[in-house]
Design a protein around this ligand. Structure first.
Ligand SMILES: Nc1ncnc2c1ncn2[C@@H]1O[C@H](COP(=O)(O)OP(=O)(O)OP(=O)(O)O)[C@@H](O)[C@H]1O
Length: 595
């Protein structure tokens, strides 16, 4: 389970967050004492280097571990930070402190450019593009001799000063440590917030993030930017520590090293980067002879991790730790949540929708008219275009022709996240959940577009953000109970039985407080008891002021709950009528029975 899980952070889990905070303070305190107890200055130098590498790895972990975006060019982003700082402090005689934010911003901007291919490419192509990017940057460092000093690099980079004097080894170490601790705390706040849930959703189920109103393009750019800012900070610190920069410091190996650190340490685990750097850098360094065998050690470690600990060392540790503790007692420890407020249902009208996929005409001329506050079923044989109709209405598929009006307003070419923000919720034919997160976290994702706290307020862990999360958590519990899942709030969504996963998706959709809810085959795979519960649930949702569109093969359920039925056949609307009429119509029986 990811760090963003419930048990790890809820205040009502005994010994949870307090014990962790104490652990972090203890670890930081012990690390801070290192320069005082270490006799050898090389150990302090090594520890400073570890801190700098951890910074880079923490940024890459946010990008790769949480948001699922591969980067094999992170070494180049470190290089950008290092060279910006080196040029500004030497050629332009800026102080380190003035150069540092410019280095961070410079790397951040370059990182944002790296995000552009990520908006279109799959993981493996992205890996190749970022690898090529790293090679190009390395080439530029050599070629742009007038600025970068070519092969010889730049020498005489000054250390940061405090009180007019350059920091000594211990002071530099403490500076890096402060960076690491602050970054850790900020990232911790971020990944456990709506931002973290949305990033994980980009990684595990991008459609889910969009159905909750998240702009996934912005999220990816944000992840690249923040990750690159950290790489830039690390680069500037590295230049200050070594007093020089050369292109040899930033070869492809350097980028690969960080990706391996994140994978072996535990991608998507907050502690992963620390564990990874310690395992990959310090251990071989300490075991002197092993340092020469580093590549072999890397390869072997990767193999072992891939086979025995797919979630990295930190993942294996947290799995073992959780197996020794009882599940988080969430439901019983929360106050009774308020009843979610009633909404103003929206009507839906679709006219003449046409959609082709190459030679296949999924929709030829589909019409749908759903009055506000009703349950409207869409039925039809397999391949008749029901899901395409739903995808077209919700913006996941762009119609070739036709119009959609919701609540009387035209919804031309709106993206899924904008549709979600306009009050249109949906579920998917195959549930799109965040399998590693708890059921409660999955429902909380639904509130993404409703949360008001700015990312900065969340990152700083300020009280307004915490108050908002507490209120939304209570509301999410209300929805979990509403869909009958109050007792599994703390369980991993991926471990729930199929029927419960479907109900959980409905809970997440409701959490966004939609006025129109489109459900794609919610009854598929449900037991008889679950089907009864679903029928009751749908009626209650309607009573709460939500218009429901139900794509369903389960005719008994349709007959029981629907106010009206639209029958699709070969991408066109065959008829719309009350269930008793529609389901006994000869034309409908003909298309179902293939007569
Ligand atoms: N992305 C796509 N690319 C190519 N063809 C597609 C795509 N999506 C749907 N189709 C095709 O369009 C037609 C309608 O598919 P759709 O999934 O909308 O039907 P459906 O009524 O929901 O079917 P089912 O009840 O089996 O889910 C099918 O022939 C399908 O193969």
């Amino acid at each position: 389970m990811s760090d963003a899980t419930l048990a790890a952070r809820r205040p009502w889990v005994a010994g949870g967050p307090r014990a962790r905070a104490a652990g972090i303070a203890l670890a930081a305190g012990a690390a801070a004492a290192l320069p005082l107890v270490a006799g050898d200055p090389f150990v302090v130098y090594l520890a400073t280097l570890v801190g700098i590498y951890v910074l880079v790895a923490m940024g890459l972990n946010l990008l790769f571990g949480y948001a699922g975006q591969v980067s094999l060019g992170h070494g180049a982003l470190v290089a950008v930070g290092a060279y910006v700082a080196a040029v500004l402090t030497t050629a332009h005689e800026w102080s380190f402190w003035a150069a540092l934010p410019v280095a961070m911003l410079g790397a951040g901007l370059v990182g944002s450019l790296m995000a552009l291919p990520a908006l279109r490419l799959s993981a493996w192509y992205l890996a190749l593009i970022t690898l090529a990017f790293g090679m190009v940057v390395n080439g530029l460092l050599v070629e742009m001799r007038a600025i970068t000093g070519g092969f010889s690099g730049i020498f005489g980079v000054p250390r940061p000063e405090a009180g007019g004097l350059p920091l000594d080894d211990a002071g530099f170490f403490w500076l890096v440590l402060a960076f690491v601790v602050v970054t850790y705390l900020v990232l911790r706040n971020l990944v456990r917030s709506r931002v973290g849930r949305a990033l994980i959703s980009v990684r595990d189920a991008e459609e889910a993030a969009r159905s909750a109103g998240a702009n996934t393009v912005r999220l990816k750019v944000f992840a690249f930017f923040l990750s690159a800012v950290l790489a830039g900070a690390a680069g500037a610190l590295l230049a200050g520590l070594k007093g020089m920069v050369t292109p040899d410091d930033f070869t492809i190996d350097f980028s690969v090293f960080f990706l391996l650190v994140v994978i072996v340490g535990g991608a998507g685990r907050l502690g992963g980067p620390v564990v990874g750097v310690l395992a990959f850098f310090v251990l071989p360094e300490l075991l002197g002879a092993l340092a020469e065998w580093r590549l072999l050690v890397y390869g072997a470690a990767l193999l072992v991790v891939a086979v025995y600990a797919p979630h990295g060392i930190a993942g294996a540790w947290s799995r073992w730790w959780r197996s020794r503790r009882p599940p988080a007692p969430v439901a019983g420890c929360l106050p009774d949540p308020p009843r979610p407020p009633r909404r103003d249902a929206l009507s839906l009208t679709a006219r003449g929708l046409v959609k082709g996929f190459g030679g296949v005409r999924a929709l030829r001329s589909a019409d749908l008219a759903v009055p506000a506050g009703t349950i409207h079923a869409v039925v039809g044989p397999n391949g008749s275009g029901k899901t395409t109709l739903l995808n077209t209405i919700t913006g996941y598929v762009r119609a070739d022709d036709g119009t959609v009006r919701i609540g009387g307003r035209a919804m031309a070419r709106r993206s899924p996240d904008r549709m979600a923000r306009a009050g249109v919720g949906r579920t998917f034919q195959t549930p799109r959940l965040l399998p590693e997160l708890s059921a409660l976290d999955n429902v909380l994702l639904g509130a993404y577009a409703r949360e008001r706290s700015a990312a900065v307020v969340i990152a700083a862990g300020l009280p307004p953000a915490r108050r908002e999360v507490a209120a939304l958590t209570a509301e999410a519990m209300a929805y979990l109970r509403f869909v009958g899942l109050g007792d599994v709030a703390g369980q991993q969504a991926g471990a729930l039985p199929h029927g419960k996963q479907r109900l959980l998706e409905i809970g997440r959709a409701l959490m966004a407080r939609p006025s129109l809810l489109l459900l794609d085959e919610p009854a598929a795979g449900l037991s008889m008891t679950e089907l009864d519960a679903l029928g009751r649930l749908l009626r209650e949702i309607r009573a709460d002021g939500v218009t429901v569109v139900l794509i369903e093969h389960h005719i008994e359920l349709v007959a029981e709950v629907a106010d009206a039925v639209t029958v699709l056949h070969e991408g066109a609307t065959l008829l719309s009528a009350p269930p008793a009429t529609a389901l006994t119509d000869d034309r409908v029986l003909d298309v179902y029975l293939g007569r």
